[in-house]
Design a protein around this ligand. Structure first.
Ligand code: CU
Length: 457
């Protein structure tokens, strides 16, 4: 009997060892010429590709990525949404978990996949390099586990991004110099392409050929630097099944709202008519993305990126271009907060037997973290020209971040003093209703009343 149990355990262990794989990738960071919106510039890429290469893996795999920096400036790479249990050294944010990889240097990242399944992504985590240095991570369920929905016929990566005609590192450098908001982007992109609505972009528009009656899995990633985005496809509902590498309770929707860094897996049912049906007038449908931007008086890029869903003609296999232009999806207005929050409120963990939501329910300590955008005064040693003659500075509990010389994780591990402080206040000196009516004004008034000696809020 004992022998049987042992054999059984050995069998289980054996199958685990067989299913979790170790994968290797080589990323070479280099400058590459790309032309968008009628102008050409050098952008940073991985292996010359924009968007960068997709990493294919399965749940529980370990991935080693050798990153060679052949560009002229420092860089790091972050594996967005990967938990990396007990492995912070490979997380990537510059000066937090590592010093950046210098030009000519190399760093090997170890990416430990644990519970994640679905779509995640990787991106540079230095200056604004992530605008062009990014790509998808597809994580398939481990062998033998079942999808909580029927398997799609094909999968389609959809990476949303932002494009500046200017050099992106100069855009952020200028913003840091002046203390003002960075210049807004010149276009949004879908898989690196702005689409039909922008100058000189029609030719490159991303197109997907679909077959009537088939189901497609869209792996949607918001790789934009700053913007929350609405996304939808004309004439089609989307079924949201996963977000940020985990299953959710599926629901159907005409549009999604996706925040920067977020990922979503969407099922697209190709159930519209193709041209070969005599009644069909159109076999092309736009997918489109445009911003959700509700902040008063803050300038934003209000353009729309498009790609095209094209139905295959089942008789000839080739789809003749239809004469009328593709249908455009109905997306909420840019400032439609109700539409944005109504969508987000529907995101709920699947929480099934096979995909439980293991959230700790016993709370030891309640921590309040206030995220704020402050305006600091300009002065002679730190000249600036931002809003209200000040400098924008974000903070957590009224503490802003300045890059140290040694990365914080090394300083913590080796107990190197004077790199970071330990005075992060977990409770506030005065209480304030941060979700009340006109909270910012009320807080500013109360500061003025006590003399406002604190600087920011
Ligand atoms: Cu990220």
């Amino acid at each position: 009997m004992k022998m049987l149990v042992l054999l059984f355990l050995y069998g289980l262990l054996g199958s685990c060892l067989v299913s979790a794989k170790t994968l290797h990738h080589k990323f070479v960071i280099k400058e590459t010429k790309y032309t968008r919106l009628c102008s050409t510039k050098d952008i940073l890429t991985v292996n010359g590709q924009f968007p960068g290469p997709t990493i294919y893996a399965s749940k529980g795999d370990t991935i080693f990525v050798d990153v060679y920096n052949s560009a002229g400036s420092n860089i790091t790479i972050h594996w967005h949404g990967v938990d990396q249990p007990r492995n912070p050294w490979s997380d990537g944010p510059e000066y937090i978990t590592q010093c950046p990889i210098r030009p000519g240097g190399k760093f090997t990242y170890k990416i430990i996949l644990s519970e994640e399944v679905g779509t995640l992504w990787w991106h540079a985590h230095s200056a604004w390099d992530r605008a062009t240095v990014h790509g998808a991570i597809f994580i398939y369920p481990e062998k033998g586990s079942s999808f909580p929905y029927s398997a799609p016929y094909k999968e389609i990566p959809i990476i949303l991004g932002e494009w500046w005609k200017a050099d992106v590192d100069q855009v952020i450098a200028e913003a840091l110099r002046t203390g003002a908001d960075p210049n807004i982007s010149d276009a949004y992109t879908i898989n690196g392409q702005p689409g039909d609505l922008y100058n000189c972009s029609k030719q490159g528009t991303f197109k997907v050929l679909v077959e009537h009656g088939k189901t497609y899995l869209l792996r949607l990633i918001n790789g934009a630097i700053n913007n929350e985005l609405f996304f939808g496809i004309a004439g089609h509902k989307l079924r949201v099944v996963r977000t940020d590498g985990g299953y959710i309770k599926p629901f159907d929707t005409n549009y999604v709202m996706i925040t920067p860094g977020q990922t979503m897996d969407l099922l697209l049912f190709a159930n519209q008519q193709s041209l070969n049906k005599s009644s069909a007038k159109n076999n092309r449908y736009y997918m489109a993305t445009r911003p959700y931007a509700s902040a008063d008086g803050v300038e934003y890029d209000n353009s729309s990126a498009t790609a095209i869903i094209l139905y295959k003609n089942q008789r000839s296999k080739l789809s003749p271009p239809s004469t009328s232009s593709p249908l455009f999806p109905v997306l909420p207005a840019d400032n439609d907060t109700n539409a944005a929050t109504a969508f987000t409120a529907k995101l709920r963990s699947l929480d099934s037997k096979d995909h439980p939501a293991d959230v700790p329910k016993d709370i030891d300590e309640r921590v309040i973290i206030t995220i704020a955008m402050n305006i600091l005064p300009c002065n002679d040693s730190d000249p600036c020209s931002g809003p209200f003659s000040g400098r924008l500075a974000s903070s957590l509990n009224n503490i802003s971040f300045q890059s140290p010389v040694i990365d914080i994780l090394d300083a913590y591990y080796h107990q190197i003093p004077n790199v970071y402080g330990k005075s992060f206040h977990l409770s506030h000196r005065s209480t304030h209703n941060f979700t009340g009516e006109d909270s910012a004004k009320a807080l500013a008034d109360s500061k003025e009343a006590d003399g406002g000696e604190d600087g920011g809020v």
